[in-house]
Design a protein around this ligand. Structure first.
Ligand SMILES: Nc1ncnc2c1ncn2[C@@H]1O[C@H](COP(=O)(O)OP(=O)(O)OP(=O)(O)O)[C@@H](O)[C@H]1O
Length: 480
């Protein structure tokens, strides 16, 4: 009964101190988590929800999508404004409004920009690039003037897609993609105005003179903290930068900049202007964070299968720790008659492209993946994210298991894009995982509420209350 089992009522902090204790009795009432003045037996929980339109969110100064200006006020070229209007972008978000004047100013200055997931960082750096391009001659159109580096091929391809649409009215704009390819499809010359790629491939192309770096004016690192922090990627980024003109404008964007990377970012982008957030400001209001108790690994799998009907309400992403478990879970679910796909770094590039394209189009609605897709991927129909395994930071020599705070935030940020609503569910199957989730909750100062798997009707109700079919209606932040 709804009044007896109110999974949304209790947050992780209430229980995490007793991870091995039996599951709490189902006695909580709706509103147990509410401020004391609002608790009371007479008080009825409203049985309806109010959806906040995007325009209202953009008019609320506390919302990351808020802005006072219009794109017209930002000094953008008419053809770029036409591109924005074709994309249905009516008003800038906060990060766009703050970053664009800093980025477009002359002489150009560097920028370290931070903003919550799904708040439009891609448009912020793309608009600056499009504004700075000289497309007046065939030669300039075919010589790279801006370079964007992203950690994965999926993200690089996605950014190419955004630039294509935003720049569709700029005659002579040519965009090149520099991601790993077999020799038959590898370009022999990057004859384009903008290059988007992964660091290793770009480094290789510049070294082999497939790409001319001499005329580059802007370098962007998307997911910059991840790029600079990861050993391989970080080295490649440094090597690429060393081959670029010294006067290049360096732009770093991410939703997260942990302190140690932030310090380093200052060296990579010297004298940069900065737009930063505190970690308590990082979670997105529209993402309802939940967790499920699972007694063991097998129960995790059974819970996932139980969830399947809900996973297909919109599109869903299930994050697991290893490539092997992604493949295992996919095989097991397919054998049981479910339609799921998987994408990991272990599969070949063209197959990865086919899987992500099917997911974007909605042909594949449930995607099992690793951290490879944790960052940047923007599919607005994703209404549910499952942390099948809690993301972990691997600290060599450390005995205790530590959460990977940044990855948690990026993973759950695959839903709730630009004011939409979504649900993120983390599976917890042992004490270590309880501890990690509690730390995540404390770190971000957010609530992660328990859903009770003893009552699947209730689980369904809780989740459906938040998500509706995003394909059939605009689904913006919901307040109940
Ligand atoms: N001004 C705008 N008006 C309407 N929609 C917008 C606007 N700016 C961006 N969007 C949309 O918001 C979504 C999220 O944008 P984007 O992918 O750039 O987010 P992000 O900040 O880079 O997120 P992440 O940190 O997860 O990479 C995209 O679908 C984009 O088209």
């Amino acid at each position: 009964m709804a009044s007896e089992a109110s999974p949304a009522g209790g947050s992780l902090a209430d229980r995490v101190t007793q991870p091995d204790a039996p599951k709490p009795a189902e006695t909580e009432k709706p509103g147990d988590g509410a401020p004391s003045e609002l608790r009371g037996s007479e008080l009825q929980e409203p049985d309806y929800s109010v959806e906040v339109k995007l325009s209202d969110q953009q008019a609320d100064p506390n919302n990351p999508l808020y802005s006072v200006t219009n794109f017209e006020d930002l000094g953008l070229d008419e053809r770029i404004l036409k591109g924005l209007s074709a994309m249905n972008f009516r008003k800038p978000s906060k990060v766009q409004e703050r970053a664009l004047p800093l980025l477009m100013r002359n002489p150009p200055s560097n920028l370290v920009g931070q903003s919550q997931s799904g708040t439009g960082k891609t448009a912020a750096f793309t608009l600056n690039i499009l504004s700075r391009l000289d497309l007046s001659s065939e030669q300039s159109q075919k010589t790279p003037q801006a370079l964007i580096l992203a950690p994965t091929r999926e993200l690089a391809r996605q950014i190419v897609g955004v630039i294509q649409v935003m720049g569709q009215f700029l005659d002579g704009l040519i965009i090149g993609t520099a991601v790993p390819a077999d020799s038959a499809t590898r370009p022999t010359q990057m004859a384009c105005s903008v290059v988007v790629g992964t660091p290793g491939t770009v480094q290789d192309m510049i070294k082999k003179r497939i790409m001319n770096a001499s005329q580059l004016k802007v370098l962007v690192l998307d997911e910059a903290d991840n790029m600079l922090d990861q050993q391989g990627l970080g080295d490649q980024c440094i090597r690429v930068k060393a081959m670029l003109p010294r006067t290049i404008q360096v732009v770093l964007f991410s939703a997260t900049f942990p302190t140690h990377v932030h310090r380093y970012a200052g060296k990579f982008a010297p004298d940069a202007n900065e737009i930063t957030l505190k970690h308590e400001e990082l979670t997105v209001e529209g993402i309802k964070q939940l967790y499920m108790d699972c007694n063991n690994d097998d129960e995790k799998y059974r819970n996932l299968v139980q969830l399947y009907g809900l996973l297909t309400v919109g599109s869903s992403i299930i994050f697991v720790r290893t490539r092997n478990s992604a493949v295992e879970i996919e095989k097991r679910m397919v054998a049981e008659g479910h339609t799921v796909a998987s994408l990991t770094g272990g599969i070949e590039g063209s197959q990865r492209d086919a899987v992500i394209d099917a997911f974007r189009s909605g042909d594949a609605k449930v995607l099992i993946t690793t951290n490879v897709l944790a960052r940047g991927i923007d599919v607005s129909t994703v209404s549910l994210v499952v942390n099948y395994d809690i993301p972990e930071a691997f600290t060599p020599g450390s005995k205790s298991r530590e959460p990977d705070y940044q990855t948690y935030l990026h993973r759950i940020g695959r839903t709730g894009r630009f004011g939409r609503i979504g649900v993120a569910i983390s599976f917890v199957s042992n004490r270590d995982e309880w501890d990690m989730l509690r730390k995540i909750q404390e770190h971000f100062g957010c609530n992660i509420d328990r859903v009770d798997t003893d009552d699947w009707d209730e689980v369904e109700k809780v989740i459906k209350k938040t998500i509706k079919n995003p394909r059939s209606q605009a689904n913006y932040v919901q307040m109940s």
